[in-house]
Design a protein around this ligand. Structure first.
Ligand SMILES: Nc1ncnc2c1ncn2[C@@H]1O[C@H](COP(=O)(O)OP(=O)(O)OP(=O)(O)O)[C@@H](O)[C@H]1O
Ligand SMILES: [Mg+2]
Length: 258
């Protein structure tokens, strides 16, 4: 059985009599423990799909199965780091990281006992009582990711978590995320605009076409793990990159500047 199945999901938004088809008949089968990326142009419905999986939005049609059970409209079944996931500025890093546990009703003492070792292990030791504004962008993203992780669900949705980071920090964060993923054995769904990031991290990559979002292809990444910087020099890596570039290019003809 698959960990997560997206079956014929479509979403049409209606506003003032105007219909926008955000997603049309999307199907995905995500095996347990895999790292799966979604790549596609802006506006093709990636965040919409995540909102549906997380139960925040009802689809116009289709089902989402988690361990074989339909979770449409059910919140709290998956961990979700939103595209613009901001830490609350008035809470310390520790208090931000335990937010999900607090919402679940876990006591503050127990939440802290679970969070502090994670903060220490994953590079935020000494910053527990700092406020978000006192941390670098990369550290803030780490805290937001740890908060998602502590929510403690098998499936984690990450919507462009590293979009705002510079290339060097991004590479560090990717390695860090792969470490966490292999430590915690989660099933990860990851949205990115970056082809290199998708290949470097993933087992499978779904390429989406522009609005209305539709699955264009599924690319399997058979690169050895653990992934390291050398991985990006392998022939297979370069072949995958060409394949995905072609898939995206077919949809986005270069606009000529006259
Ligand atoms: N609540 C809403 N009401 C109306 N239209 C919406 C709503 N949410 C999203 N849309 C539309 O649905 C389409 C898909 O949006 P979505 O945010 O899912 O795209 P995306 O792939 O995540 O884009 P990006 O890469 O820029 O984050 C867009 O055309 C958007 O304008
Ligand atoms: Mg989005």
């Amino acid at each position: 059985m698959y960990k997560l199945e997206i079956i014929n999901i479509s979403k049409i938004f209606k506003k003032n009599g105007v219909e926008t088809i955000a997603l049309s008949e999307t199907n995905m089968k995500i095996p347990k423990g895999k790292f799966v990326s979604l790549i596609g142009p802006s506006g093709c419905g990636k965040s919409t799909l995540f909102n549906i999986i997380a139960g925040l939005l009802r689809p116009s049609s289709g089902e989402v199965l988690l361990d074989g059970e339909n979770i449409i409209g059910k919140k709290g079944c998956v961990g979700y780091m939103l595209q613009k996931d901001l830490l609350l500025p008035w809470r310390t890093i520790l208090d931000n990281v335990i937010l999900g546990l607090e919402i679940k009703g876990v006591t503050k003492k127990e939440s802290e006992e679970r969070a502090i070792p994670l903060l220490h292990r994953y590079g935020l030791k000494g910053f527990e009582h700092h406020y978000p504004r006192e941390l670098s962008g990369g550290m803030r993203q780490r805290a937001a990711l740890l908060r998602t992780l502590l929510y403690d669900q098998d499936v984690i949705l990450l919507d462009e978590p590293f979009g705002a980071l510079d290339a060097q920090t991004r590479l560090m964060m990717q390695t860090w995320l792969l470490q966490i993923w292999s430590d915690f054995k989660k099933t990860v769904l990851f949205v990115t605009h970056d082809i290199d990031e998708a290949i470097y991290l993933s087992d499978e990559i779904y390429v989406l076409s522009p609005r209305p979002g539709r699955l264009k292809a599924k690319v399997t990444v058979n690169l050895p793990r653990p992934r390291e910087e050398q991985t990006m020099l392998l022939d297979e890596y370069i072949r995958l990159k060409q394949e995905i570039l072609e898939l995206l290019k077919e949809e986005e003809p270069l606009k000529r500047v006259e």
